[in-house]
Design a protein around this ligand. Structure first.
Ligand SMILES: NC(=O)C1=CN([C@@H]2O[C@H](COP(=O)(O)OP(=O)(O)OC[C@H]3O[C@@H](n4cnc5c(N)ncnc54)[C@H](O)[C@@H]3O)[C@@H](O)[C@H]2O)C=CC1
Ligand SMILES: O=C(O)[C@@H]1CCC=N1
Length: 264
């Protein structure tokens, strides 16, 4: 039995992914703070909505998917209720395995996961790290759970904050880029719907080329960049506005914020 504690955007994305992967609704229980939310989850997925305590006491695998700021409260409620031999998976940004372990009364294995919203289309990037009591078996269990909804990579926990900044938040940077490019289309007089279509298909095509060609992004970009052509005129402007430096600083800021979140 799998329990998802805190079924918001990420918890629901994981829930729908598990169901698409063939886990039976009867094998999953979820928790929610508000009754309307609980009812929506029952209606949409036919899963049982239970209390945090019931989930903690009965599930073999607990997925903690509350906001980092709510993790202390949740663990204060359920920490003493999780029996040894279970697996706890935390998907919260910035929350370390030792933070979770120190709030569990038994030596329960903890795996820290950073996934991202493309879970919704089975294209997540999930990075996982083992806590002090987690072994190969537990990492494998977490991998098996996450593989149907995308790619899974094991990393040392010391790199989790960087991964949160890069792939956890990553989709947001691309949506932001799409917004900016669509605005550029509007500036040039394109209808909004056509601009969105053009940008979306360009970004999807480019992403698939990047993933499937095995080529380095520099090679792919150079193939589009003709001498004295249009692309280099755009790239010169991006360089003039230090867009590359802005990305370095932005992702570093996200990494720093991830580090801060564990301390509340
Ligand atoms: N949204 C994203 O792209 C990603 C989010 N995450 C992580 O996933 C976690 C959840 O984020 P979101 O889903 O975006 O937040 P959210 O606010 O949509 O979901 C959190 C849910 O937990 C519920 N909750 C809070 N305290 C509770 C408690 N004591 N008992 C039961 N339910 C409780 C809230 O009512 C809410 O429905 C965060 O820790 C975040 O760092 C990780 C990767 C990507
Ligand atoms: O913004 C956040 O805190 C979460 C973590 C990774 C993506 N979204």
């Amino acid at each position: 039995m799998i329990a998802i504690l805190g079924t918001g955007k990420m918890g629901e994305a994981l829930l729908s992914g598990l169901l698409r992967a063939g886990v039976e609704p009867g094998e999953i229980m979820v928790t929610a703070r508000r009754e309307e939310r609980a009812q929506a989850l029952r209606d949409r997925y036919a899963v049982r909505v239970v209390s945090n305590i019931e989930a903690a006491q009965t599930a073999d695998t607990l997925i903690l998917a509350v906001k980092p700021q709510d993790m202390g409260t949740l663990l204060a409620e359920v920490g003493s209720q999780v029996p040894a031999g279970r697996l706890v998976i935390s998907v919260a940004a910035g929350i370390t395995t030792s933070f979770v372990e120190s709030r569990l009364s038994d030596e329960v294995p903890v795996v820290r996961v950073m996934s991202n919203t493309p879970v919704l289309v089975d294209e997540a990037m999930s990075v996982i790290s083992a806590g002090a009591h987690a072994s190969e078996i537990h990492l494998k269990q977490a991998e098996d759970l996450l593989k149907p909804v995308g790619k899974v990579l094991r990393i040392p926990e010391s790199q989790q904050d960087a991964a949160t900044a890069l792939s956890g938040s990553g989709p947001a940077y691309f949506f932001y880029l799409v917004e900016a490019m669509v605005d550029a289309g509007i500036l040039l007089g394109m209808p909004r719907a056509a601009a969105l279509d053009m940008v979306t298909q360009s970004i999807v095509g480019a992403a698939i080329m990047l993933r499937d060609s095995g080529e380095h992004p520099v090679i792919l970009r150079e193939a589009v960049t003709s001498p004295a052509g249009t692309t280099i005129s755009a790239i010169a402007e991006l360089e003039r506005h230090s867009v590359r430096a802005a990305f370095l600083a932005a992702i570093e800021a996200a990494r720093d914020r991830s580090r801060e979140l564990a301390s509340g």
